[in-house]
Design a binder for this molecule. Structure first.
Ligand code: UDP
Length: 322
């Protein structure tokens, strides 16, 4: 297949693009480089530095069969201080992209949605039919796109899959000799920051909240390896059915507390993570664990890489790039 990967210069998009190429597909990457890096685009991909709102005139000539849509603004905190940016980039941007896809006759789309669409559901693990009550504009805008995809599938016959990512971590050390990992300008995620703190190259890690109703008082999250996530994209594009929109959670089905993640970082690096116990971070919920039964049923997908392997791969990426 020939696939368009939007956001293919970003962390997850570059891993998806690299995996597609490794599987023998042709890849066209579109990224406006607002947060991505041109040198993260895999060598075998055709790269266009463009916003997703400007594809109308060029897309028909690219001859793509399907799109993996990962381009988005994705900082939960920033989305609360600047929701307009999130509605513009994530919702207006995506609807504009969808219309370009219709014009070009591209009917298949896999969209990167998020666990943040659920907010804090009462039941864990979270199933896809759980109530969606996002508690950030980031989550609201991703949910808005999920709803748009359902309408576009129903009315225009699109074949759409929304993949709701839980906590993505790790890196790809590719057969092409290159490594693809997390390189955000202002890193907010736990694992890269804990690795930097353990390496002594960052300040002590703020541990956000130690009084949650969990086994050690810290938040529980469901971590998933970015390579497992990329593999789910390949399965999703094959499983997409015209006229249908599927929503599928991607997680391991079990959770780890922040302190357990810090133990894994200590195990992998050999260093204790210096920590400053801090207030809860606004918007954090105590527990988020995915049910991955639907992913198993619909995509025959199961995660195969555990937390230690995520931390090991992220650590190898940190050392290779610093
Ligand atoms: N976290 C933390 N210190 C940090 C970054 C994150 O204690 O410097 C905690 C955060 O409060 C959450 C968990 O680690 O409970 C995972 O946060 P992350 O930002 O990686 O992902 P999120 O769950 O917010 O998508």
């Amino acid at each position: 297949m020939r696939l368009l990967v939007t956001g293919g210069a970003g962390y997850i998009g570059s891993v998806v693009a690299a995996r597609l190429l490794a599987e023998g597909h042709e890849v066209v990457v579109v990224d406006d480089l607002s947060t991505g890096h041109a040198d993260a685009v895999p060598a075998g991909a055709q790269f266009h530095q463009l916003p997703i709102t400007e594809l109308d005139p060029v897309l028909p000539g690219w001859g793509v069969d399907a799109v993996m849509h990962l381009a988005a603004s994705s900082l939960v905190g920033e989305s609360s201080s600047n929701p307009a940016k999130y509605w513009r980039n994530n919702v207006y941007g995506t609807v504009t992209l969808l219309d370009s896809l219709r014009t070009a006759g591209v009917e298949r789309i896999v969209f990167s949605s998020t666990a943040a669409t659920y907010g804090q559901p009462e039941e864990q693990p979270i199933k896809e039919d759980a109530p969606t009550r996002p508690n950030s504009p980031y989550g609201s805008t991703k949910l808005a796109v999920d709803l748009a995809l359902a309408d576009y599938a129903r009315s225009y016959g699109m074949a759409a899959v929304s993949l709701r990512f839980f906590n993505v971590a790790g890196a790809l050390h590719g057969a092409d000799g290159r490594s693809y990992g997390e390189r955000h300008a202002s890193e907010t995620h736990l694992i890269p920051n804990a690795l930097r703190a353990a390496a002594g190259s960052g300040s002590a890690l703020p541990l956000f909240g130690t009084d949650y109703p969990t086994k050690d008082g810290t938040c529980v999250r469901d971590y998933i390896h970015v390579v497992d996530l990329a593999d789910a994209h390949l399965r999703a594009v094959a499983a997409a059915v015209p006229g249908t929109h599927h929503v599928v959670n991607l997680g391991s089905g079990s959770g780890h507390t922040v302190r357990e993640v810090l133990d894994a970082v200590k195990y992998v690096t050999g260093n204790e993570v210096p920590v400053v116990e801090s207030e809860r971070r606004a918007g954090d919920v105590a527990v988020l664990i995915a049910s991955n039964a639907k992913a198993a049923e619909l995509l025959s997908w199961r995660p195969t890489r555990d937390l230690d392997s995520m931390v090991e791969d992220a650590w190898r990426f940190e050392r290779a790039t610093r």
